[in-house]
Design a protein around this ligand. Structure first.
Ligand SMILES: [Fe+2]
Length: 291
């Protein structure tokens, strides 16, 4: 039994014993009162004592359970905070390997969750989408600097090594408690709708929906962002590019959904500072991890 549950059971058992201890004498008094000659006054006293005892026991029970409930809520909140901190720490560690900012992770997690909400995701499926989006490139931790940080084009052999970050990421999150829920995105974020992606060449609906959602968020963010080799593209051009890849790289249905949201997503997060992007993402996390 979980320690918290065991403590609750023991507390409730303690309160039950108190109730039993108080109830015994009260019952005896009632019996005595009914058996006596001065029935009316004794019975009234006994009845009042019963009412008082019930009231006291109820109050003790109520206060005790309320305190336990508050303690449980505090513990649940602590666990949630540690989950979020662990996810952020791992995400930032990954981001620091190939850039000096964790803002990309905050943005893609928020953009993915926004599209996820639009297509009706909730509960554990939304939590898995957020965790997976935040940790999508976890496997880059295992890619040598000479390849990961190479300024120019990668050779074919180097590209093969770079692509192993998907399998490495899958290994990292597998068995990592609740982070394992992000595996669908981590393991499939480079698959493409037409089957030309990697590493499994999955196609269509065989690609987990969370990974299909993330793929749109990731490319949208990359095209809308400033990079060492390019300026941010205007959102209209970005959406034109996404539409050109609808049905090849991206799930056509999700591209249509995303089109409806694109301007508002762009206005909300693409010019946000890292702190602002983090705040947006944390609001999204609290909304979906508290249910
Ligand atoms: Fe990747």
């Amino acid at each position: 039994m979980h320690p918290v549950h065991r403590r609750i059971t023991l507390r409730i058992a303690g309160v039950s014993l108190l109730v039993a201890a108080l109830s015994g004498p009260v019952a005896w008094l009632v019996v005595q009162a009914q058996a006596g000659n001065s029935v009316s006054s004794s019975a009234l006293s006994a009845a009042l004592m019963v009412v008082l005892a019930v009231f006291v026991c109820g109050a003790v029970l109520y206060l005790s359970l309320t305190r336990l409930n508050l303690a449980n809520e505090r513990k649940a909140q602590d666990v949630l905070e540690s989950h979020i901190s662990m996810m952020e720490a791992l995400g930032r560690a990954i981001a620091k390997r190939d850039s000096d900012s964790g803002a990309h992770n905050y943005r893609v997690a928020w953009i993915s969750a926004t599209l996820g909400e639009a297509v009706g995701l909730s509960g554990s499926r939304m939590q898995e989408l957020i965790a997976g989006s935040f940790l999508h490139d976890a496997g880059k931790i295992g890619i040598p600097d000479a390849i990961l940080l190479k300024p120019g084009m990668l050779t074919r052999e180097e590209m093969d090594v770079m692509r192993t970050h998907v399998a490495l990421g899958e290994e990292i999150v597998t068995g990592a408690g609740w982070l394992e829920g992000g595996k669908d995105v981590v393991a499939n974020h480079h698959e493409k709708w037409d089957g030309s992606g990697y590493p499994r060449q999955l196609s269509g609906a065989a690609i987990p929906q969370a990974a299909r959602i993330f793929a749109i968020a990731d490319v949208f963010d990359a095209l809308c962002s400033r990079r060492p080799f390019k300026e941010p593209f205007p959102v209209e051009l970005v959406m034109e590019i996404l539409h050109q890849s609808s049905g090849t790289h991206f799930d056509p249905h999700l591209v249509l959904e995303f089109t409806r949201l694109s301007k508002s997503i762009h206005a909300t997060i693409m010019n946000a500072t890292e702190d602002e992007a983090r705040a947006l993402m944390e609001t999204m996390v609290r909304k979906h991890f508290s249910t």
